[in-house]
Design a protein. Structure first.
Ligand code: FAD
Lengths: 389, 256
């Protein structure tokens, strides 16, 4: 498998430091050597490549922008570059890394007690333990604030009742960060595999994110000890802070999926000949599509880069992240579809990555805030008028 | 055990190369760089020797400022510190003059083992390591495939022609020029990349090393082979034509 040379029309690499380039090189090499050879079969068979979890931990990909507990302490631009490369491999693998780092390790790191951090962070970083994040419910997706899962205090502990669904890594998780309604509002809890009253089951029949585990979590009088409440995770705002971390990574990740589709189409159109034995890339209509794709990818890269630099300065806002996630995901889907067009019939087979990325990106468009929701966030930001209801 | 690894930075594989305007070297404007492949295996061998026998891995790299990215990569993979001999235009230097720079840096470290790649992926001369060994007065072996240390002696397996191998014992200090592909290269982990920041890189000039920054010979011109397409009509009777053609095919084209 030839190694990926990157898409850098505008010499954006000049904006990257030696260290940032080296971080990307490690992630790129990992994807070329360990992900690319196996991902097609994983997707076709509906199987998560769990053999890669420990390796990702060893290389530092899990919780990579967090500090301490064995984490790599990357800058946010470096973290974004890692997400970009992993999603060039597959959105399912990037989802795993996003959930583990941004939705499980981040809340424990930000809202947890020292004991919780020491118990979980080193194991989640190394990949010895897997985590999941339970916010969505069957009746509450875009509007998680309406959740009906409850947690009632009972002596020193808590009792959880309800159901979470569409939960990435659910059945594989050793620990679940679960959001539930209490008498004092929404709070975050750590539910551990094997706790009485806690069961999980996988969602089957997915035609997207097939190389990722997606599950439902059921709580029926599930008793958890008092030490498993995340003391700082109070209110929906805490959950949204986690989502902001993950959405930021997604905004970079999808650029990787788009790059993979574009590059495959670029190479194909130069080699494929039609009409007078001329490469199809010699036709203006084909070039228009390639030019459009590389322009969109380049703009998305710049958006991601600026958000990364802002995040490193502590100035990135949720409304910025909505633009990043919304724009770049829509861009990646359009690029996947356009790249598929250029391959004609070959484009619909699994010899090429477009259909897999395209199917995956449909989930990416829906999760972590749909396109509508991010549009509404931007709309509220520029008008001051919330229009969600 | 102190292990010194000489690392060269070269243009990335599959780069589109064209001669520079002054004809002295390749045009570097759009190039990306990487660690010369055999040197990456030399580094990996050094890191494995350190893991087995303890000690220190010191990287030495000569070249312009951009070479720092390859030094950083070597440190990220686990080398302990580095010497950067900062010198422009080395690509046009003869091997002996370069070997003098590298040997001077090596001498100041008194290493037990010096590892180099067998050859560089760009110039491909395959002689710098051997020259370094001569300048340092060290035993050396080339095309090293397997390196062990037993009782203070280096046990080296060399690749010979035609599928033959040679097992050698070398006293230390010694220099080994390492073949590509002899081990599995490790990744620079993200933690290693962050740690590299704290490691020492000593930047030295030729003058610091007491070596004159003047090559003995210089590459004057680098050019792509000129493509000639020239037809030739062979005259005479068919028999004479056939005889001429066979002669040409045999002695000019060397096709038969
Ligand atoms: C593969 C996958 C993995 C996932 N992983 C996780 C996970 O790990 N943890 C987790 O908690 N959740 C996860 N989710 C769930 C995901 O976050 C939700 O699916 C998402 O929030 C959308 O909710 P919904 O599916 O209920 O759609 P709905 O909210 O029902 O939305 C359906 C449509 O209605 C539109 N809509 C809704 N409200 C409005 C409005 N006010 N204005 C305009 N349009 C509106 C939406 O934009 C969308 O087009 C995952 C989903 C998928 C597909």
């Amino acid at each position: 498998m030839p190694s990926f040379r990157g898409v850098d029309y505008l010499n954006i690499d000049l904006m990257l430091s030696e260290e940032e380039l080296l971080v990307r090189q490690t992630a790129r090499q990992f994807v070329d050597e360990e992900v690319a050879p196996v991902i097609k079969d994983c997707f076709n068979e509906g199987r998560f490549p769990s053999q890669l979890i420990r390796k990702m931990g060893e290389l530092g990909f899990l919780g990579a922008n967090l500090t301490g507990y064995g984490c790599a302490e990357l800058s946010n631009v470096e973290y974004g570059l890692v997400m970009q490369e992993i999603e060039r491999g597959d959105s399912g693998l990037r989802s795993f890394a996003s959930v583990q780092g941004a939705l499980v390790m981040y809340p424990i790191h930000t809202f947890g007690t020292d004991a919780q951090k020491e118990k979980w962070l080193p194991r989640l970083q190394s990949g010895d333990a897997v985590g999941c994040f339970g916010l969505t419910e069957p009746g509450f997706g875009s509007n998680p604030g309406g959740m009906t899962t409850t947690a009632k205090q009972d002596g020193a502990g808590w009792v959880l009742n309800g159901e979470k669904t569409w939960i990435t890594n659910g059945t594989a998780a050793d620990v679940a960060v679960v959001w539930a309604r209490t008498d004092e509002g929404i709070r975050g809890f750590l539910v551990e595999k094997g706790m009485a009253g806690y069961t999980t089951s996988d969602i089957h029949g997915k035609l997207s994110m097939r190389a990722s585990v997606t599950s439902s979590l059921m709580f029926s009088d599930c008793r958890i000890p008092g030490e498993n409440v995340l003391p700082g995770a109070k209110g929906l705002k805490a959950a949204l802070m986690c989502l902001s971390q993950a959405r930021y990574g997604i905004g970079w990740g999808v650029v990787g999926a788009a790059m993979d589709c574009y590059e495959a189409a670029r190479q194909y159109t130069i080699e494929r000949k039609q009409f007078d034995n001329k490469p199809i890339a010699s036709h203006q209509l084909v070039q228009a599509k390639l030019a459009w794709m590389v322009s969109e990818i380049t703009k998305a890269q710049l958006l991601a880069m600026q958000c990364g630099r802002l995040k490193d300065m502590g100035k990135l806002e949720a409304a910025h992240i909505s633009m990043l996630k919304g724009n770049n995901t829509a861009m990646a889907l359009d690029v996947a579809r356009t790249a598929r067009d250029l391959l004609g019939a070959n484009g619909i087979t699994d010899d090429y990555p477009m259909m897999r990325h395209m199917a995956n990106l449909e989930s990416v468009k829906t999760y972590e805030g749909t396109d509508h929701i991010h549009t509404l966030v931007i709309g509220e930001r520029v008008t001051g008028i919330p229009a969600y209801k | 055990m102190k292990i010194l690894v000489a690392v060269k930075q070269v243009a990335s594989r599959d780069s589109a190369l064209k001669p520079a305007a002054d004809g002295r070297w390749i045009d570097e404007s759009d190039l990306t760089y990487e660690i010369n492949e055999p040197d990456a295996y030399a580094l990996e061998s050094g890191l494995q020797l350190k893991e087995q026998h303890g000690g220190e891995v010191v990287v030495v790299a000569a070249g312009p400022a951009r070479v720092s990215s390859s030094i950083r990569e070597a440190l990220a993979k686990g080398a302990d510190r580095a010497i950067h001999i900062e010198q422009d235009g080395l690509d046009a230097w003869d091997s002996l003059s370069l070997a003098r720079l590298l040997a001077a840096a090596a001498r100041s470290e008194s290493p037990d083992v010096v590892l180099t790649g067998l050859q560089s992926d760009d110039a491909g001369r395959g002689e710098t390591g051997v020259m370094m060994a001569e300048l340092l007065g060290m035993a050396h072996a080339t095309i090293a495939m397997k390196i062990d240390v037993e009782g203070g002696v280096l046990k080296v397996k060399r690749e010979l022609e035609g599928g033959w191998f040679q097992d050698l014992n070398l006293p230390m200090p010694a220099l080994l020029a390492v073949q590509s592909g002899i081990n599995k290269l490790r990744y620079a982990t993200l933690m290693g990349i962050k740690k590299a920041r704290t490691k020492e890189v000593k930047v030295m000039t030729a003058a610091d090393l007491g070596v004159e920054a003047a090559p003995l010979a210089i590459l004057e011109r680098l050019a792509l082979p000129v493509k000639k397409k020239q037809g030739e009509m062979i005259e005479g009777t068919p028999k004479e034509q056939a005889a001429r053609l066979i002669e040409k095919l045999r002695f000019e084209a060397r096709a038969i």
